[in-house]
Design a protein around this ligand. Structure first.
Ligand code: BG6
Length: 464
C-alpha cells in the first residue's frame, strides 16, 4: 500500500524529536511505502537525520534493530532555511516520490517557531507545494496567533494557498483518548445526556493543573501567560465538548459547528469573574520570577480561575468554572460535573452527586453516589463507581499518534477550524493581558485563595 510523504518543517526541533518521529514510526511503520522528509536549516544530510531519528526512537523505548531498518528506508533529509524558498525541497520530494514509487500524497507539518509560520506557508505556496499529484494537507501547531488580529492574518495567509479542507490546526488535547471519549460518553449513553442540562446539572468545573513550572520555557511563557498558553486553546476545547449540543451528524463539519456555537453563546467576561495568580517560592522550589527568561518584576499570570456563563437554553444559570495553572499541588486534568441536590432531603446527605471525568493521569470516570453504611441508623456515605482506562484497555495511544493518523485519513474532527480559533481569541481578548497584578500563591498549593470566592457554594473546588 502506498503511503504519504510526510514533510516535517522544523525537523530538528524538540517537537519532532519528542513527539513526531515516535508517532510517525508507529503510524507509518506498517506501510510498505511511506516517507518522512525532515527539513531544517542545519546541514545534516540523510545519514545525519537518520541518526537523529534513531536517537528519538531509542529515547521513546523502541527496539533498536527495527527502528534502524525503518529509519534507513523511510527517513530522508533536505536542507532549507525559512526565507530561502522551497524550490529545492519541491525537487527533492518529487525525486524521492518517483524513486520510491509513491502516489504523491503529501503532509506538510509546521513544527517551527510560530513566528516562522507566515513566511513558511508563503514559501510552500510559491514553490508550488500547495498542489501535489495526490492530496496535500498542512498541519499547523499551536499557538495559532497570539491574539485575534494575528490569528486572522495567519488564517488569511494560510487560506491564500491552502483551502480550509486541507488545513489541520493541532490542539493536542483533542488527540487525548479521554477527551475524544467525552463525545462518546455524552452521545452514546442516553442516561447521562438526558440530565446533561440545567435541569440535571448544578455546575461544571474544568481543572487543568500542572505541578511543573515553566521548565526552561520562561522566555516564551513570559510573553504569553496562562490565558494564551492554556485557556484560549485547551480549556476552550474541553468546555465546548462538554457544553455543545448534539451535532446534526457525527461528521467533522457538524461537530465543529456545534463547538463554535458554544463560544458564540458565552456571556462576555467580566473582571469580577476572573482571578489571576502567579506561583511564588515555597521551600526549596523557586517561584516563577526566579525562572530563566522571566523578567524579575514580571506580572505575567501562571494561574487563572474563572466563572463563565453560557447563554443558551441548555445551560442558562449553570456556572462553568475553569481553572488552570502551573506550580500547583499535583498534575491533574479533570472535569467535575455536579448534579442538583434532591428538591427535598430525607437524609443527612454528605454532598451532591458528582461525575468526575479524569483526563490525565489515571484516566477514567468516577460517579460519586450516596449509599447507606451497613448496620448504621441512616448514615450515608459517598462511594465511587469507577472505570479506569488502564485497567480496561492498557496502554493509551499518545495524542500525536491519534492526530497524525487522522491527518493521513483526512478526518478533521479533532482539529480546530479557522472560525473557532478566531472566536476563542475574540472571547478571551479582555483577559489576555490582565489589567491587575496576579495574586501570589506558594508553589505546590492550589492557587490563590481568592479563586475560592468565584464559587457559588462553600464546598470548595471538587478537584484537589
Ligand atoms: C502546552 C502548553 O500546550 O500544553 C504547556 O504550552 C503545557 O505549557 C502543556 O505544559 C500541557 O500539556 P499536557 O498534555 O502535558 O497536559
Amino acid at each position: 500500500m502506498s503511503g504519504p510523504t510526510f514533510v516535517i518543517l522544523g525537523a530538528t526541533g524538540d517537537l519532532a524529536r519528542r513527539k513526531l518521529i515516535p508517532a510517525l514510526y508507529r503510524l507509518l511503520g506498517g506501510w510498505d511505502k511511506a516517507m518522512v522528509l525532515g527539513v531544517s536549516r542545519s546541514d545534516l544530510g540523510d545519514e545525519g537525520y537518520r541518526a537523529y531519528a534513531r536517537e528519538s526512537l531509542a529515547d521513546a523505548g523502541f527496539n533498536e534493530g527495527e527502528a534502524t531498518k525503518w529509519c534507513d528506508s523511510c527517513i530522508h533529509f533536505a536542507q532549507a532555511a525559512p526565507g530561502d524558498g522551497y524550490g529545492g525541497v519541491a525537487d527533492r520530494i518529487a525525486e524521492l516520490e518517483s524513486e520510491h514509487r509513491l502516489g504523491g500524497d503529501r503532509v506538510f507539518y509546521l513544527a517551527l517557531p510560530p513566528k516562522a509560520y507566515p513566511g513558511t506557508v508563503a514559501d510552500l505556496g510559491e514553490a508550488g507545494l500547495d498542489k501535489a499529484p495526490g492530496w496535500v494537507r498542512l498541519v499547523v501547531e499551536k499557538p495559532f496567533g497570539t491574539d485575534l488580529e494575528s490569528a486572522r492574518e495567519l488564517n488569511e495567509i494560510v487560506h491564500r494557498y491552502f483551502p480550509e479542507e486541507s488545513v489541520y490546526r493541532i490542539d493536542h488535547y483533542l488527540g487525548k483518548e479521554t477527551v475524544q471519549n467525552l463525545l462518546i460518553f455524552r452521545f452514546a449513553n442516553a442516561l447521562f445526556e438526558s440530565s446533561w442540562n440545567r435541569g440535571g446539572i448544578e455546575s461544571v468545573e474544568i481543572t487543568v493543573a500542572e505541578a511543573i513550572g515553566v521548565e526552561g520555557r520562561g522566555n516564551y511563557y513570559d510573553g504569553s501567560g496562562v490565558v494564551r498558553d492554556m485557556v484560549q486553546n485547551h480549556l476552550a476545547q474541553l468546555m465546548t465538548l462538554v457544553a455543545m449540543e448534539p451535532p446534526a451528524s457525527y461528521s467533522p463539519g457538524a461537530i465543529r459547528d456545534e463547538k463554535v456555537k458554544v463560544l458564540e453563546s458565552l456571556q462576555p467576561l467580566d473582571a469580577e469573574s476572573v482571578v489571576f495568580g502567579q506561583y511564588g517560592p515555597s521551600g526549596d522550589v523557586d517561584g516563577y520570577l526566579a525562572e530563566d527568561g522571566v523578567a524579575p518584576d514580571s506580572a505575567v499570570p501562571t494561574f487563572v480561575a474563572m466563572r463563565l456563563a453560557i447563554d443558551n437554553w441548555r445551560w442558562q444559570g449553570v456556572p462553568f468554572y475553569l481553572r488552570t495553572g502551573k506550580g500547583l499541588g499535583r498534575r491533574v486534568t479533570q472535569i467535575a460535573v455536579t448534579f442538583h441536590d434532591n428538591p427535598v432531603r430525607f437524609f443527612d446527605q454528605t454532598a451532591p452527586d458528582h461525575l468526575l471525568m479524569t483526563l490525565q493521569p489515571d484516566e477514567g470516570f468516577e460517579l460519586r453516589v450516596d449509599v447507606k453504611e451497613p448496620a448504621s441508623d441512616m448514615n450515608l456515605r459517598q462511594i465511587p463507581l469507577t472505570f479506569s482506562y488502564e485497567e480496561e484497555f492498557g496502554r493509551l495511544p499518545d495524542a500525536y499518534e491519534t492526530l497524525l493518523a487522522d491527518v493521513v485519513e483526512g478526518d478533521q474532527t479533532l482539529f480546530v477550524r479557522a472560525d473557532m480559533v478566531e472566536e476563542a481569541w475574540e472571547y478571551f481578548a479582555p483577559i489576555l493581558d490582565p489589567p491587575t497584578p496576579p495574586y501570589l500563591y506558594p508553589a505546590g498549593s492550589w492557587g490563590p485563595r481568592e479563586a475560592e470566592s468565584l464559587l457559588h457554594h462553600e464546598r470548595g473546588w471538587t478537584t484537589r
